[in-house]
Design a protein around this ligand. Structure first.
Ligand code: TEU
Ligand code: CA
Length: 597
């Protein structure tokens, strides 16, 4: 794998509306973010991804942009944005914006001009179709993907998401040029790169045709056309190659794709050495158990062994030439600790640290979503009126239609709602959690009195301090060859509730035949395997039954009958531990990282 400047970076996602409110209007803003840059840096973060801060009517919380060149007034001004970039740079951090170019807002000038004159040039910026030539796709947010073009009953326009998010026509070269110009404008301003939203959707199957219905409404999920486009139309690749060549590559920018469903042989087209993006999210765990029929048919919680298998499969797919972006949550998902830990564990700081340790040290780029570093949990919404997210409101209606009682429907959406992650950041135990001095735009999770940054700052055993220790480990130049560039080898897979993997150092440049620059790499590096062990069981896990052989073979030393327990206790060095000791048995939810001899 060719080394790149972003390979060893740590990422932090900010959902600006819910991060920090500087002017006391209940909405987080750019100056609020600027005031917290030292805190973010203290987590070892190098790159900050901001969910959209562009001008927007907020039908989908900023993922509906009405001006790509303007900051929405609720977040501040373009001067604030420039200051944020500059202040981040002073602290050795870079800013990534969210690139939302599958669609814009219906309030964008392009769509307004399209409405004025659908036969004119702006009609080609969108997908317009006579009513009899549309298809039966269901939007991701419910209802048909087609809506009548205002004032023009002879046309329907396509929107994969909400009605207020018309899809942009990437087949139109003029539109693509507009997008490239805009992306370069932002990169020239000094952005480090972009996270690229919903990008698989930019390729449609033309002419439009119907798909086999997957629900009683006679419609098929919009995602079906996207898989079809990959299979039959050459997919998104030509568009993404052009975007990379014209924008990311010339700026040496980092680009993180929001890509769902890229199967094995396609992965390298996205994130291989000459791929479209620097990296893309591993959503295999996110998607595990999700059902197209809706949240009521989806699995509320994943079992630890399914989690570990899903992660290991994704890691195997990425091999040693692709880097996934690793997440346990984001602004579209429930909180990771609530989703991936079993009920008893999901409030336990030790279990939260365990989950943190397991995903953070995988091969790939670690992403932290705001509040994750505190172990923030799902919100217990007590009424549907507390929920703002359109996706949740649609699923709620869908579940009611399926005949569920309102309380049951609320219980189900509580488990999946995107608003779980969007409640305000919990800075301290003051009124409104230090997020604002007025009522926030979305209710606070009442547990802010016990889960907040100020308290955890004072407690060296807190989840927050554990995230700092993870960063320190990952950044330690002695382990870089192993933790950043090394391969991943699952071990003891058959042991229930145990997640264990070896990170094997990549061969030193000097060990690679014919390598140039053999001296430049790895002089300070400690080229020994690292073992990550985590017990997801609420009971102790004795290691005396585990054979030492997988560890021995990793060391290419002679096989012995030595048990893993004895080997680890007597010969391996502990690099990180969520308890204060290791006595040969893993305590409930204990995570330990060893360096082997
Ligand atoms: O999400 C894309 C996407 O596929 C979502 O529909 C996702 O499946 C859903 O949120 C899971 O519940 C991106 C953004 O991350 C999301 O916030 C936006 O709403 C969406 O694009 C439209 O821009
Ligand atoms: Ca504000």
């Amino acid at each position: 794998m060719k080394k790149q400047w972003w390979n060893n970076k740590i990422f932090y996602q900010i959902y600006p509306k819910s991060f920090c409110d500087s002017n006391q209007d209940g909405i987080g803003d750019l100056r609020g973010i600027i005031s917290k840059l030292d805190y973010i840096r203290s987590l070892g973060v190098d790159l900050i991804w901001l969910s959209p801060v562009y001008q927007s009517p907020f039908q989908d919380q900023g993922y509906d942009i009405s001006d790509y060149y303007a900051i929405d007034p609720c977040f501040g001004t373009m001067e604030d944005m420039d200051e944020l970039i500059a202040e981040a740079k002073k602290r050795d951090m870079g800013i990534l914006m969210d690139l939302v170019v599958n669609h814009c807002s219906d309030e964008h000038l392009w769509f307004q001009k399209c409405i004025q004159d659908p036969e004119g040039p702006y009609g080609d910026y969108f997908y317009l179709s006579p009513p009899h030539k549309t298809n039966n796709l269901r939007s991701y947010f419910g209802g048909s993907v087609w809506s009548p073009l205002p004032g023009h009953p002879e046309y329907q326009y396509l929107h994969m998401f909400d009605q207020k998010q018309p899809d942009l026509n990437w087949e139109n070269k003029v539109l693509r040029e507009e997008i490239f110009k805009m992306v370069n404008w932002w990169l020239d301003k000094g952005l480090a790169g972009f996270r690229i939203d919903a990008i698989m959707n930019i390729k449609k199957v033309l002419p439009f045709h119907d798909y086999t219905p997957d629900r009683g409404d006679g419609m098929a999920s919009a995602s079906v056309m996207i898989s079809d486009a990959e299979l039959t139309q050459g997919g998104v690749h030509a568009f993404l190659r052009e975007l990379n060549e014209r924008c990311f590559k010339p700026h040496n920018a980092v680009s993180i794709g929001e890509v769902f469903d890229a199967d094995g042989d396609k992965l390298r087209m996205f994130i291989g050495e000459n791929g479209h993006f620097s990296s893309m999210f591993d959503f295999a765990e996110t998607c595990f158990g999700k059902d197209r029929a809706g949240w009521h048919k989806s699995l509320m919680q994943i079992q630890p062994d399914d989690y570990k298998q899903t992660v290991f499969q994704a890691q195997a797919l990425a091999g040693t030439d692709c880097l996934f972006s690793n997440v346990i949550e984001n602004h579209d998902e429930p909180r990771g600790v609530s989703h991936y830990l079993q009920e008893d564990a999901s409030h336990d700081p030790q279990a939260k640290k365990l989950l943190a340790c397991m995903y953070y040290l995988l091969r790939g780029l670690p992403f932290i979503y705001q509040g994750q570093e505190l172990g923030m949990e799902n919100m217990d919404f007590t009424s549907i009126d507390q929920i703002n997210d359109i996706n949740t409101l649609d699923e709620y209606q869908n579940i009611l239609k399926e005949g569920y009682a309102p309380e049951e429907a609320l219980r189900i959406v509580n488990a999946f709602s995107r608003d779980n992650a969007r409640t305000p950041m919990q800075w301290n135990s003051d009124t409104f959690a230090g997020f604002s001095s007025v009522t926030p735009w979305l209710p606070l999770n009442p547990n802010y009195t016990s889960i907040n940054a100020a308290d955890q700052e004072k407690d060296s055993a807190s989840v927050l301090h554990f995230y700092r220790r993870l960063a320190a480990l990952r950044k330690d130049s002695r382990y870089m060859d192993t933790l950043v560039y090394g391969s991943l080898l699952p071990v003891y897979e058959e042991v229930p509730g145990l997640m264990a993997y070896l990170r094997m150092p990549e061969p030193a440049a000097s060990e690679i035949q014919g390598a140039e620059n053999a001296e430049t790499m790895g002089t300070k590096s400690e080229r020994r395997p690292i073992l990550v062990l985590g017990n997801f069981n609420g009971t102790p896990l004795a290691l005396n039954q585990l054979p030492a052989s997988p560890l021995r073979s990793a060391l290419s030393a002679a096989q012995t009958d030595f048990s893993a327990e004895r080997y680890l206790q007597t010969q391996a060095d502990v690099l990180l531990n969520n308890y204060t000791d290791f006595d040969g048995t893993l305590k409930p939810y204990q995570a330990v990282v060893f360096q082997l001899k």
